[in-house]
Every structure is written in structure tokens, then in C-alpha cells.
Design a protein around this ligand. Structure first.
Ligand code: UDP
Length: 240
């Protein structure tokens, strides 16, 4: 049997920005391949991995509303479609190295991917397939962080692992304050009251209400994804 200190089922959130790497293109194939390799290394240990992908590398709804006159819902639907592009890319990369992977979309695109069906997603995970959840929650005005919290609660994953471009949560903005300290642990209450930019309020509240811990870590450091999934100390742990 599996040792209990490992996670059994995790929800990995990969933002669009993280996929972009040095930003020459929307997606950096080196990054998607690194993610695929690390995920492969943990699925071999029997850990079940679900992924929620963002879309900010291609289109972020909120940043188009003011300037373009586009209404928020339309902008957000474009944003959700962007996450589907990332999901298909990531799926293709995973399958190229032999990881069986299914994409499920929050709204129907049946020719491209399965629709989101909770029980079916869980069945895929039990069979050792990676499931990528795309199109966020399917609703405008939400984020893929909220989708990560929601899907984690729905499939009973034990943790949300938020892969970012920073080492974790700091007590101040490390780009502006060189003395900003990286925090090992935080409570949900810290996050909501100190206005630390970890995830949006909807997402963090959903995690809190369902007692789902969140680990914020840097995906650009080789080995970090598999460390986080294997429950080794990395980044900032939010809980309690
Ligand atoms: N989005 C949405 N509803 C959701 C998830 C995402 O409308 O449930 C849209 C929203 O416009 C968002 C875009 O999809 O800006 C891309 O997602 P997000 O910004 O969360 O991606 P990330 O920051 O993780 O790359």
C-alpha cells in the first residue's frame, strides 16, 4: 500500500503565464515537456493527478474589457476558449511521452474533448489517467483558480498545487521590495485579510470552506512539480 505521507489525489493548477516561459511565444514547449515529465514521474508512483490550466498567456478577459468596449461575458468566453488551447497542447505533450490523458471541458466541445462529467473524471483518475480540466468553471466572471478550487472539491482531491513563476507567497512584493520574505505557511485567514496576492477571494474561500490546503510554488525550478505532488516541502503551504 502507498505510504500515507504522500498525496493520493492532487489538483495541479498551471497558469497560462507559467506555460509561456520567457514569453517569446504563447507556449514554451520546454515548459510543457517539463510538466509532462514531472507528472509522469509521479503517476508512476500511483498518485492521481488532475490539472486545471489557465489561459492568461493567450487571453485574459478582464484586461480586454475597459480598453476595447468588449462586454465582460464575451471577453471571458474568449478567455475560457484560450484555456482549451492550452489543455489540448498539454494533452498532446503528455501523450507524446506515453501518459494517458483526457481533456474535459466545462462547456461542450464534443469533437475536441470530453464534456466535464465528475464521475467520469474520477474514473479516469482511478485508472491512472491524467485529467485536464479546461474552460475554467464554464462561467464568465470566474477564474481558473476558482475552477481549480471547485474541481478539487468535486473530485475530492486532497490539495490544490498552484504552480506559478514565483517561489511562493511573500510578505511583500519581491519585485519592489528586495527584503520581502518568502513565507513557509499561511492560514486562509492571513490570505484573505492581508490582501496577499495568492489567488482571488472566490478561489481561496472555496478552498477554506472545503478544507483544501493550497501549495503555491515555482514551476520553473526543475523537480518542483514532482516534489509538490509527492508532498515534499516546497513553496508556501496555505491551510488551517
Ligand atoms: N475565465 C472565465 N471563467 C472561468 C475561468 C476563466 O471567464 O471559470 C476566463 C477569464 O476571462 C480569464 C481567462 O478565462 O481571464 C483565462 O483564465 P485565467 O485568467 O484564470 O488564467 P491564468 O491566469 O491562470 O493564466
Amino acid at each position: 500500500s502507498k505510504p500515507s505521507y504522500k498525496w493520493r489525489r492532487v489538483l495541479l493548477k498551471v497558469s497560462g503565464e507559467a506555460l509561456a516561459g520567457d514569453k517569446k511565444q504563447n507556449i514554451d514547449p520546454k515548459i510543457t515537456m517539463a510538466i509532462a515529465r514531472e507528472v509522469a514521474s509521479v503517476t508512476r508512483l500511483g498518485i492521481e493527478v488532475a490539472i486545471v490550466v489557465g489561459g492568461g498567456n493567450i487571453f485574459r478577459g478582464s484586461s480586454w474589457v475597459g480598453s476595447s468596449g468588449l462586454d465582460r461575458s464575451s471577453a471571458d468566453y474568449i478567455g475560457m476558449l484560450a484555456t482549451v488551447m492550452n489543455a489540448i497542447y498539454l494533452q498532446a505533450t503528455m501523450e507524446s511521452i506515453g501518459i494517458p490523458t483526457r481533456v474535459q471541458t466545462a462547456f461542450r466541445m464534443s469533437e475536441v474533448a470530453e464534456p466535464y462529467i465528475r464521475r467520469r473524471a474520477v474514473r479516469h483518475l482511478e485508472k491512472g489517467r491524467v485529467v485536464i480540466f479546461a474552460a475554467g468553471t464554464g462561467n464568465p466572471f470566474f477564474t481558473t483558480d476558482t475552477a481549480a478550487a471547485l474541481r478539487s472539491a468535486e473530485i475530492n482531491s486532497e490539495v490544490v498545487l498552484k504552480a506559478t513563476n514565483v517561489d511562493g507567497v511573500y510578505d511583500d512584493d519581491p519585485r519592489r521590495n528586495p527584503n520581502a520574505r518568502l513565507l513557509d505557511t499561511l492560514t486562509y485567514h492571513d490570505v484573505t485579510t492581508k490582501e496577499l496576492s495568492v489567488m482571488d477571494m472566490t478561489a481561496i474561500t472555496l478552498c477554506q470552506e472545503n478544507n483544501i490546503p493550497v501549495v503555491v510554488f515555482n514551476l520553473n525550478k526543475l523537480g518542483n512539480i514532482s516534489k509538490a505532488i509527492r508532498r515534499e516541502r516546497v513553496g508556501t503551504l496555505i491551510g488551517g
